[in-house]
Design a protein around this ligand. Structure first.
Ligand SMILES: *Cc1c(COP(=O)(O)O)cnc(C)c1O
Length: 377
């Protein structure tokens, strides 16, 4: 039987809570389960205001609306990221300027940001790749100096920290994902974290189709109407109920994932010492939330033949992002700068299976098959 790359984990309470939501007679959004999930994030991760969304993509689109991104505005972000990070800002008419990664980490290289800032720059979007923090001290310093907004794409970064601060609580805005490939899931799902109080009121309006419906239901206004642009960004209570069952088990899920991650790391260390692969780099200021385990091969050919070798041994390992500045959609919009590290992660990064139900014995089997491959070449 094939060891899959991912398998969604169920805590067992999901359907129970969905039944509760259905029985309550309210299954549209912004009900009790939504509030429970939002409060959980606000308390545990020190977020001023959390709003559940139907996806991280939605939360990114809300961020672009909230920051009033318009035609001609420039937004800086890494090229090594998921399409939604860029799409959300492109949809508002922004010009995206892609930055390179570090030589030893796929995260955005803070040292190259100031060269990319112009009078039109409005925001920097950072992505905590694999749940490992970007250099937030430096990024916040630069954003303050140039009066820019910072959005953290924390899709992969639940329960991870920069020094003592939870990721998602540092930028003006931040976004999380509960897609079934993430640590905490609801099938599709996301959350917008608002850390700058100036955005809270308008965020609720954008979330509710451009109306002040949320304020109306709290009794703050006596009628509600259309007062801004917006969309239907909130998920139903069915999704929130599922998500709540997962959040209750956060610590159990994280402990298990970290065990798997450490088993890979310790098992593969000798290959790194022999110079055959590189393992993830975790800076001193960052924690590891075991969102994903990747290795870096020395060449694209080696990476691809390792994928084939693992496949033959019934292990599904996968590559990750292709640099966005080279994508068919963006290629003719890019200013021509070469982003060698981003390209190199596209070429040589390999993600190994990592999910709750993956037994440590299987992890050791995967490690042994990787070692076999390097013994043969
Ligand atoms: C998963 C992911 C997204 C998209 O999340 P959805 O909830 O599927 O919209 C965006 N950015 C990054 C970095 C991701 O890993």
């Amino acid at each position: 039987m094939l060891i899959p790359f991912n398998k969604p984990f169920l805590t067992g309470k999901e359907t129970l809570y969905i039944e509760e939501a259905v029985a309550s007679g309210k299954i549209s959004g912004n009900g009790d389960f939504t509030k429970k999930c939002q409060t959980f994030f606000e308390r545990k991760f020190k977020i001023k205001k959390a709003l559940l969304t139907s996806s991280c993509t939605d939360a990114l689109e809300m961020s672009a609306i909230l920051l009033d991104i318009k035609e001609g505005d420039e937004v800086i972000m890494p090229s090594f990221t998921f399409v939604s990070t860029a799409n959300a800002f492109i949809l508002r008419g922004a010009k995206v300027k892609f930055a390179d990664s570090y030589f030893n980490s796929p995260n955005i290289n803070a040292d190259c940001l100031e060269d990319l800032i112009t009078s039109k720059t409005k925001a920097i979007v950072v992505v905590h790749y694999a749940g490992i923090a970007c250099d937030m001290d430096e990024i916040m310093r630069i954003s303050k100096k140039h009066d820019l907004f910072v959005v953290e794409d924390a899709a992969q970064a639940i329960d991870s920290f920069h020094k003592e601060r939870p990721l998602g609580s540092i930028g003006h805005l931040a976004t999380f994902s509960f897609h079934e490939t993430k640590n905490i899931i609801s099938g599709e799902g996301g959350l917008l974290a608002i850390n700058d109080e100036r955005f809270i009121e308008r965020a609720e309006i954008i979330w509710e189709k451009g109306t002040n419906r949320s304020a109306f239901f709290r009794g703050e206004v006596d009628k509600y109407g259309w007062i801004d642009i917006g969309s239907s960004f909130l998920p139903s209570e069915v999704i929130a109920a599922f998500l709540w069952a997962q959040l209750e088990q956060l610590d159990t899920i994280q402990d298990c994932r970290k065990q798997i991650w450490n088993t890979y790391y310790n098992g593969l260390k000798s290959l790194e010492q022999q110079g055959k692969i590189k393992l993830p780099y975790i800076p001193e200021y960052a924690t590891n939330n075991a969102h994903l385990f990747y290795i870096l091969c020395s060449t694209n050919e080696a990476r691809n033949s390792l994928i084939g070798h693992l496949r033959k041994n019934k292990i599904h390992a996968v590559f990750h992002y292709l640099s966005l500045h080279k994508s068919p959609y963006f290629l003719n919009k890019h200013d021509g700068r070469v982003l060698p590290y981003s390209d190199s992660y596209s070429d040589v990064l390999l993600r190994l299976p990592l999910f709750f139900d993956l037994e440590l014995e299987k992890v050791r089997y995967i490690v042994s098959k990787i070692k076999d491959f390097f013994d043969e070449v």
